[in-house]
Design a protein around this ligand. Structure first.
Ligand SMILES: [Zn+2]
Length: 500
């Protein structure tokens, strides 16, 4: 990349380290405040390397779907610094000229093919029976990065560059597999996704002892435990430590190794707790519509939804809303049956619009009130995170964290409220704790720094798009040389797209 002056893909458009100097200094100066135990600081203080030579990167992994639907592991790296977001309202070039106040842009704009760099393609057939293959892949990739972190890469007259991995991104399932995490959502008795893995008291979170030594559903207890996890060493969440924290620069602070595995707020809400929220919300809303039975009332809601999407120029994605979308509408717990994150976004926006248009409904009872309140707060949380930069001023970050907490509290209220009525709704899934951890992280950072790291930077919506595109490449190559041919096709593709 450096040889072809393509460093802009990891340096927010700057093609050389020299041009990116101010940006990198700003990034690391702020990062030092929120991650004081990061081992890089010692090396900087000793003069082993300079701040402006170090480029922050994330690893990202996911299992894409191949033509046989057998799955394929796709590993890539990316910078947290990119070309902003579509919701960012500031002029990007101004951002880069005035880094002090205008901020550093997030990495959500432009195609994933432009801003994510593919490293590994491995069909699941090759590792599903033999975990040694999976481990060997990570050992190899991590060993390469470890070498680069230590020795850097010589750019000739342009000096040196040290890629520094600041974390491993991915959905919760990938984090668990790549980090050998024993404490995770998979161990939740209610959220068990794998047979035989659900163990009462095994712990649902690699960052704290939620579900093990305390009840994570008790928000006050959880908050206390999350704060304490910064000061008291917890048992490590793995039996066998993965290569990443064994070999790479990491946070040497209390329980810092666990924090190498970054929770994805976007996934946790849109494909997790947000589905229960929206399904329960739609069932609540339908009772206020006209119609002799639930099907008729849903029909009316469907028409309102289509109209809402049209008026707001939103791709409606689904053509109708019915009780099956919400899990059937019977006495069973309402669960969103869709699998696209954008549907959750749309439904939450639709619900907010409905409550704004029908203020009388909101005062019907506390359940409806907190549904309207929580929906407005979670929508605002994501809207403000996406329109922000990589670093949020403390006051703004605290406001957003406050809104996220209000959503979490509203969810807990709904669970309690419906339980009182004997209704099974708003199950307490571990993803709610994931959102709580993100909130806890923002609060902790606010206590240490003027700048809070935007948690949206650690979400994977863009990465999933990238993985989808890479998975398509694997479908049209010979199964015998799948990995090699896929990487070759990727190189051919970026050869074209990077020139534009
Ligand atoms: Zn936790």
């Amino acid at each position: 990349m450096a040889q072809h002056r393509d460093l802009g893909h990891i340096l927010a458009g700057f093609n050389s380290i020299a041009d990116a100097k101010v940006m990198l200094r700003t990034f690391w100066t702020r990062y030092r405040k929120i991650c004081p135990g990061f081992q890089l600081w010692q090396q900087l203080d000793q003069g082993v390397k300079k701040m402006e030579e170090c480029v922050p990167l994330y690893l990202h992994g996911d299992e894409g779907v191949t033509y046989k639907r057998g799955g394929v592991l796709i590993l890539s790296f990316q910078s947290p610094l990119g070309f902003g977001t579509s919701k960012g309202d500031k002029d990007l070039s101004l951002n880069l000229q005035d880094l002090g106040e205008a901020g550093l842009p997030l990495n959500f704009n432009k195609s994933g093919m432009y801003t994510r760099m593919l490293m590994v393609v491995c069909p699941k057939d090759m590792y599903k029976e033999d975990p040694r293959v999976w481990n060997a892949i990570f050992e190899r990739v991590v060993a390469d990065f470890s070498h680069l972190e230590e020795h850097g890469l010589d750019l000739g007259t342009d000096g040196k560059i040290f890629p520094i991995i600041i974390g491993n991104k991915g959905d919760w399932s990938y984090l668990v597999t790549s980090g050998n995490l024993e404490r995770s959502y998979r161990r939740s008795p209610k959220g068990a996704k794998e047979e035989g893995r659900d163990v009462e008291g095994a712990g649902i979170c690699h960052l704290c002892l939620g579900g093990q030594s305390f009840d994570w559903e008790n928000l006050q207890m959880a908050e206390k435990a999350m704060a304490e996890s910064r000061e008291h060493a917890l048992p490590v969440p793995w039996f066998r430590e993965a290569a990443m924290t064994r070999m790479l620069i990491h946070d040497s602070g209390c329980n810092g190794k666990s924090r190498f595995y970054k929770l994805d707020l976007w996934h946790g809400f849109h494909l997790g707790i947000g589905k229960s929220w929206a399904a329960g919300g739609l069932l609540m809303i339908q009772q206020f519509l006209e119609g002799g039975n639930m099907d008729d009332r849903f029909k009316q809601m469907s028409a309102m939804y289509v109209q809402f999407c049209k008026a707001n120029k939103i791709d409606k994605i689904i053509s109708k809303i019915d009780k099956y979308l919400c899990g059937g509408g019977g006495s069973a717990e309402p669960l969103g049956t869709w699998n696209k994150a954008a549907v959750t976004t749309n439904l939450c926006l639709f619900m907010e619009w409905f409550f704004t248009e029908n203020p009388d409904v909101v005062t019907h009872d506390d359940g409806v009130y907190y549904m309207a309140h929580g929906t407005a707060k979670i929508n605002s949380t994501f809207r403000r995170l996406y329109s922000g930069d990589l670093w949020l001023r403390r006051e703004l970050g605290l406001e957003i964290a406050g809104e996220l907490l209000q959503f979490i509290r509203s969810y807990c209220f709904e669970a309690w409220f419906h339980l009182q009525k004997g209704q099974s709704r708003f199950g307490m899934y571990p993803e709610l704790h994931l959102l709580h951890e993100v909130h806890g992280q923002m609060i902790w950072e606010a206590s240490k720094s003027e700048w809070i790291y935007n948690p949206i930077a650690e979400t994977c919506s863009m990465d999933e798009d990238f993985v989808g595109r890479c998975a398509i490449l694997t479908r049209s190559v010979s199964p015998r040389l799948n990995s090699l041919r896929s990487l070759q096709r990727y190189l051919a593709q970026i050869q074209m797209s990077w020139r534009h």
